[in-house]
Design a protein around this ligand. Structure first.
Ligand code: ADP
Ligand code: MG
Length: 770
């Protein structure tokens, strides 16, 4: 039996899910498929795997041998939940492990395996019966990530298969599937007859975590980063001790705000500040109705807090939390949390802050579900997130900041009530929330290209993908365009049957386009370069963008004297800019017109000096490059073991620079994966459009895509342009190549200042072709 530490035992007994243990386990014994619903904090993630474990699942010699697999949509959740469950299991803690893409702790003893849903998807592709497992828990199913949806669909079939196998062979046991959700949006699963012919039982854990009081803003501010700054500054001064978790939309905002806070509070700390006591008794009854900051302290005054202002501040009780409050701690301990941050850095948020300081975490959506960050009592929610949008008609992608769903807002608020009662301050009014927030977010599968999904399904012998039991099926048009692309890539035949090439492509953890490039990549002894290139191409964000690398100019009064300090700052910035430009240029020494070759150069140089210092001085991301080199190794291994012709292939970490002939060949190979993404310089096209003015910069040179379906909608402009981040942006307009291969088209969101002006569609160029 499991001996748990005493304080853990006590805490467990208070969780709603634990009260339902018997019912849940009975349902699991009697059904191979069960849905568990419980509000965030009810104990699903930490407790349900332990119920199974204590019932004998996961032990090799029990009647239900095989591991208990638990999936999470995010890596940091998989790692941190494995740690927590390990701690809770006391002397059995060693039997809990995790596996994320390139890293894991799984061993012979592992009984409970936490993993990202992508990891399990790969395993299903290798063994459709999932024989290693006795039970699978799909957690956070309400998030509706593509991987989760596909897993639910696949596993519905795996469960059936295992049932059949078990009736034929008593040595095989049925697989238990438990789908867990924090919202009641589970009818897509439970009432979907193609998915589950008999609706599965839904077990509900009544009650929730600790109470979280929600405070809406009276006004909704548009500059939510500025608003966050104001509210954090004020909240830090006025709120009783407790960590603050702030939700923003992206890394840029986080870096910017963190810098601003650090600057402001270094100054703020030299004086001890007024020692004030706020008491709930002085506050009006309904703190929710009081606006956060507009009563008596307009923005203009914030910077000049004198005695009087402080008085006004105190009367304004936006932060009154309705209890006898002491002043908060005086120092801020600021930590970022976003997905591109190395896992090790991400895990820092779980450590207690230094004595006497307040933990302030600036996070993206990564922190929205699953996580329990000890000590977080306050959540500040900007109400927005950045989402990839994909226009199925035009093929244009964009990243847009938009309102989150009500379900997400409630998940975010839930982070404040994990280890005690908390408060959530929303930077938007209840009217905006009611009017503009959708109930639930749209499933991710409906928002992105799905050729990868289609290929994986076909590789599993599902010729008519339309018949796959999707929880929410994609529309026919996006299935059709995926099939069309797969035909171009020779992955499927005209009749939709997977080809031998397609089967081989599906073995690699790459999107079909990159897999295709890989398979044509062995000419001219290019293979090691092709591997490095596709590994690089499939990672996002290798380069740190110019606006992030170079610090922004501090705001300064127009007529203030340009001081010595300003001049030094100006010089420092100019120096960084020179360095930045030099680094970019050096990366292009093999070829000054190709993003792909530039990327290959980065991957190659990194292999010779795989350090954080090198990455920092070259404005590239260490975490991403490290993963690229792991992926290179993995691809090499897959080629070696799956394709007889490459049985002798060896992994070469360090490569000599490719020859001119190889560079040329590599560019052509890139084209093989993107034959539908070719653009021709408009003035060289068969029907050149009229031009009024000759462009003076490369980024103003119009191109036309060869595949007509793209871009043009209604009366928008037909031409597409080079993205400023490409090396092509730096050549003269006359030198602009006739043909460009691009990876995708992107359009920025219209600016707030000129909402009627539609920004240009820009090509994320891959390479010129000659
Ligand atoms: P759910 O999955 O239903 O949202 P969890 O099982 O993740 O809930 O967590 C339930 C509760 O267990 C949390 O609200 C918290 O009180 C406690 N808990 C979980 N992880 C930790 C942790 N790392 N440290 C302290 N308490 C934790
Ligand atoms: Mg959970």
């Amino acid at each position: 039996a499991v001996q748990r530490p005493e304080e853990i035992q006590d805490a467990r007994l208070k969780l709603p899910v634990v009260a339902e243990e018997q019912k849940i386990m009975e349902a699991v014994h009697n059904n191979n498929l069960v849905v568990v619903y419980g509000a965030t904090g009810s104990g699903k993630t930490t407790q349900v795997p332990q119920f199974l474990y204590e019932a004998g699942y996961g032990s090799p010699d029990s009647p239900t041998p095989g591991m208990i697999g638990v999936t999470q949509p995010r890596r940091v959740a998989a790692v941190s939940m494995a740690k927590r469950v390990g701690d809770e299991l006391g002397d059995h803690g060693k039997r809990v492990a995790y596996q994320i893409r390139f890293e894991g702790t799984v061993g012979d003893q592992t009984a409970i395996k936490f993993m990202t849903d992508g990891v399990l998807l790969r395993e299903v592709a290798q063994d459709i019966a999932l024989r290693k497992y006795s039970a699978i828990i799909i957690d956070e199913a309400h998030e509706r990530s593509v991987n989760t949806d596909i897993l639910v669909g696949m596993l519905s079939r795996v469960v059936k298969l295992r049932e059949e196998m078990a009736t034929e062979n008593s040595a095989v046991k049925p697989l238990k599937l438990i789908i867990m959700s924090a919202t009641l949006r589970i009818t897509d699963f439970t009432e979907n007859k193609t998915l589950f012919s008999n609706p599965p039982p839904v077990l509900q854990a009544e009650g929730r975590q600790f109470p979280v009081t929600i405070h809406f803003a009276r006004k909704t501010h548009h500059d939510y980063v500025e608003e966050a700054f104001r509210k954090i500054s004020k909240g830090h001064r006025k709120l009783p001790p407790g960590g603050i978790l702030v939700f923003l939309t992206g890394q840029n905002e986080i870096t910017q705000l963190s810098k601003k806070l650090k600057e402001a509070f270094r100054i703020g700390q030299s004086a001890t500040g007024p020692q004030v006591r706020i008491s709930g008794k002085d506050a009006p009854m309904e703190t929710e109705d009081i606006d956060f900051g507009d009563a008596g302290d307009s923005n203009d005054h914030d910077d000049f807090v004198d005695e009087d202002e402080v008085e006004i501040d105190l009367d304004d009780d936006e932060f009154d939390v309705g209890e006898e409050a002491e002043t908060g701690p005086s120092k801020m301990h600021i930590l970022p949390l976003y997905s591109l941050l190395p896992t090790r850095e991400q895990l820092k948020v779980f450590e207690p802050p230094p004595d006497g300081s307040r933990l302030i975490i600036l996070a993206t959506n990564v922190a929205e579900t699953s996580l329990t960050i000890p000590g977080i009592r306050y959540v500040f929610d900007c109400g927005r997130s950045k989402e990839r949008k994909y226009d199925r008609v035009t093929g244009v992608q964009s990243f847009e900041v938009g309102w989150i769903s009500k379900a997400s807002a409630s998940q975010r608020a839930g982070r404040a009530g994990r280890t005690g009662p908390g408060h959530c301050y929303r930077f938007y009014s209840s009217a905006v929330y009611e009017r503009d927030f959708e109930e639930f977010a749209e499933p991710e599968l409906l928002r992105m290209p799905i050729e990868g999904v289609v290929l994986q399904l076909k590789a599993m012998n599902l010729q008519h993908v339309i018949n796959f039991p999707f929880p929410t099926p994609p529309d026919r048009q996006s299935l059709a365009s995926s099939e069309k692309l797969l035909t171009y890539l020779s992955a499927i035949s005209a009749s939709g049957q997977i080809t031998q090439t397609g089967v081989t492509m599906s073995i690699f953890p790459l999107s079909p386009r990159f897999a295709r490039i890989l398979l044509v990549g062995h000419l001219h002894d290019c293979l090691p370069y092709t591997i490095a290139l596709v590994a690089g191409l499939s990672a996002a964000d290798v380069f740190i963008a110019e606006n992030q690398a170079i610090p922004a100019q501090a705001p300064r009064d127009e007529d203030a004297i340009f001081s010595q300090a300003d001049r030094i700052e100006e010089d420092a910035r100019a120096k960084i800019r020179r360095q930045f430009n030099k680094v970019q240029k050096d990366f292009c020494f093999l070829d000054d017109k190709s993003d792909a070759i530039k990327l290959l150069q980065v991957v190659g140089e990194y292999a010779h000096e795989p350090t954080e210092t090198w990455c920092q001085s070259h404005y590239v991301r260490f975490k991403v490059l490290k993963e690229i080199s792991q992926l290179r190794k993995q691809i090499t291994e897959l080629l070696r073991t799956n394709i007889t012709a490459f049985a002798g292939l060896k992994y070469q970490e360090k490569l000599p620079p490719p020859t001119a002939k190889q560079v040329k060949a590599l560019k052509q190979m890139v084209a093989a994966g993107f034959i539908d993404h070719v653009a021709i310089r408009a003035d060289m096209s068969p029907n050149p459009p009229e031009v009024r003015r000759k462009p003076t910069r490369a980024i103003d040179v119009p191109y036309l895509t060869l595949f007509p379906s793209h871009v043009k909608r209604d009366n928008e402009e037909k031409a597409v342009y080079i993205h400023p981040s490409s090396p092509l942006a730096h050549i003269s307009p006359q030198e602009c190549p006739e043909y460009i291969i691009y990876s995708y088209l992107q359009r920025a969101a219209p600016s707030a200042a000129t909402p009627e002006k539609i920004p240009k569609a820009r090509m994320h160029a891959l390479t010129d072709i000659t």
